[in-house]
Design a protein around this ligand. Structure first.
Ligand code: MG
Ligand code: ZN
Length: 221
């Protein structure tokens, strides 16, 4: 019983801080996404391809979350956007407080889109609201088509599914239609994109949709 209580208190505290982050984003008219996946699915590659595509169209800032190292922030910095790295030192998910602290080190002037790349983990990031507008879950074809059934919480809480590494499909047992079916059985309102961050396939379609969302969001303010 005590374990459940502690967990709930942690999540309640997190939700309060997430609300503060959400208020900050709203006051600055920033659209924010929280990218989640298991390690190695291609989150950082997707961020890189997205930055490439959105260059000159949207002002983007990035928060990178990793258990250790600032390798991903270094990769993102090459695109000339404001980026800050959160190192969780073993922590397996980002929390709203960590994002709040990271934002202190980020110049948000004129930023329209904030991309938060979570720690690679399909379990607890599902439960930690960071104040984002939506969660984007990346599933790679190398992980098989049953991922959504094994980690339903993440697929239920996400708004978008990006199926990455489609270029590898000929070499894998993964059936993309089965993967989509499984994902939609968990969450029928998931919006699905197929990408290969190696070849660039599908990235434009995702970025066009995302840009539309950012402007649509601005329009409602
Ligand atoms: Mg990464
Ligand atoms: Zn965790």
């Amino acid at each position: 019983m005590s374990v459940i209580t502690i967990e709930r208190k942690v999540l309640e505290k997190n939700d309060e801080l997430a609300r503060q982050n959400r208020t900050l984003f709203a006051s600055r008219n920033i659209f924010s996404i929280n990218i989640v996946s298991s390690p190695g699915a291609g989150k950082t590659s997707l961020v890189e391809k997205t930055l490439e595509q959105l260059k000159g169209k949207l002002n983007v800032a990035v928060v990178e979350g990793d258990v250790q190292t600032d390798f991903d922030a270094q990769r993102v910095a090459k695109y000339g956007v404001p980026v800050v790295q959160i190192v969780t030192n073993g922590g397996c998910h980002l929390e709203a407080k960590l994002v709040q602290d990271a934002l202190q080190n980020l110049d948000l002037t004129n930023i329209q889109l904030l991309v938060i790349e979570n720690v690679g983990n399909l379990v607890c990031p599902a439960n930690y609201d960071l104040g984002e507008e939506m969660k984007v879950v990346v599933a790679s074809t190398t992980e098989g088509d049953d991922k959504p059934l094994k980690y339903p919480g993440m697929f239920r809480n996400a708004s978008v599914l990006i199926i990455n590494k489609t270029d590898l499909l000929p070499y894998l047992p993964c059936k993309i239609d089965e993967l989509k079916r499984n994902a939609l059985s968990i969450n029928p309102s998931l919006i699905i994109f197929e990408t290969s961050c190696t070849t660039g396939y599908g990235v434009a379609e995702w970025c066009t949709w995302l840009t539309g969302k950012v402007f649509q969001h601005k329009g409602t303010k």
